[in-house]
Design a protein around this ligand. Structure first.
Ligand code: MAN
Ligand code: CA
Length: 319
């Protein structure tokens, strides 16, 4: 071997050793997995770069789409909120305008009323002013007339005083007269002297015994014409008094009837029947038409008889 060949061989050996050393160091620095990746040709590296770029693009696109969707949802919500806000705004505005319209109407009505009142007041003022103008002439005279009357009253004073005294005397006399009349009335009630002529008096009551005869209804009418009614018996004494005025076999109508309801005897003055003096076997309601009116015998006993019979009668009234 030549020297130059020896030098080249030495160089080659050195170069190889250096490369081995570098690889050794690189192997120490880089992880094992990457090592396998890095241990590729430039074409594979470029391909790897493209793949990485594609992945980055896909990732970016996905993120962009997601974000776009979020933005779109937010926008939609915003739009809805805006619509709601607009709607509520419109409703509030509508309500407000209605309230304003109502207030306007009310205000104008009130103004109308106030205006008409003012008109009335101004008319009254005008009227009063006119009256005052009219009065200027007449009222002065009226006033002076009144003053004159007052002046005349001064001169009439003694006469008026006397007149008042006379009036007082008159009212005193009138009171005395009233008291006297009241006393007379009481006395006449006690004595019962005011029975009409031909009437009999018993216990503050006047009685009329007829001489003629009539059916019961006509007899009742007769009594009513004297502000009286057919006799109503309230006591044994009264029954005896009436019986004592009946002579012989005469009978007289009393104010007792059951014409409205058979068996329900009632006095003509509305008093109920509590005390009775029926004859033995009475009331028997005999005859075709029955017997609905009552007579009294001289014995003081009673009999029901036919109302259309013509009998004498007894009227009764207070003194
Ligand atoms: C007559 C009528 C009756 C009465 C009888 C009594 O018939 O007066 O009312 O009841 O006599 O016998
Ligand atoms: Ca009878």
């Amino acid at each position: 071997m030549s020297q130059s060949e020896g030098a080249v061989g030495t160089y080659k050996k050195w170069d190889f050793d250096a490369r081995m050393e570098v690889e050794k160091q690189d192997r120490r620095k880089v992880p094992k997995g990457v090592l396998s990746l890095l241990a590729f040709s430039p074409e594979r590296a470029i391909t790897l770069l493209y793949v990485l770029l594609a992945l980055a693009f896909v990732l970016f696109t996905t993120l962009a789409i997601v974000n776009l969707q979020r933005v779109s949802a937010a926008w939609e919500a915003l739009e809805q909120a805006r619509t709601r806000s607009e709607n509520s705004h419109a409703t509030a505005w509508h309500n407000l305008s209605e309230v304003q319209h109502a207030l306007d109407q009310q205000l104008s009505a009130e103004l109308e009323v106030i205006h008409s009142r003012l008109l009335n007041v101004s008319r009254e003022v005008e009227n009063a002013r006119w009256k005052m103008t009219q009065c200027k002439a007449g009222c002065g005279k009226e006033l002076s007339d009144r003053v004159r009357v007052l002046e005349e009253r001064d001169t009439l004073e003694p006469v008026l005083r006397q007149l008042a005294e006379v009036k007082q005397e008159q009212s005193r006399a009138s009171a005395l007269l009233d008291a006297a009349l009241e006393g007379t009335r009481n006395l006449s009630e006690i004595l019962c002297t005011s029975c009409p002529a031909g009437w009999q008096q018993f216990a503050k009551t006047c009685y009329f015994f007829s001489d003629t005869t009539k059916p019961w209804p006509s007899a009742a009418d007769f009594c009513a014409g004297f502000n009286a009614h057919l006799a109503v018996i309230d006591s044994e004494q009264e029954n005896k008094f009436l019986a004592n005025h009946i002579m012989g076999n005469r009978v007289f109508w009393l104010g007792l009837t059951d014409a409205h309801k058979e068996g329900d005897w009632q006095w003509v003055d509305g008093r109920s029947l509590s005390l009775t003096f029926w004859n033995s076997g009475e009331p028997n309601n005999v005859g075709h038409h029955g017997e609905d009116c009552v007579t009294i015998y001289s014995s003081g006993h009673w009999n029901d008889a036919t109302c259309s019979n013509s009998e004498a009668w007894i009227c009764e009234r207070s003194c």
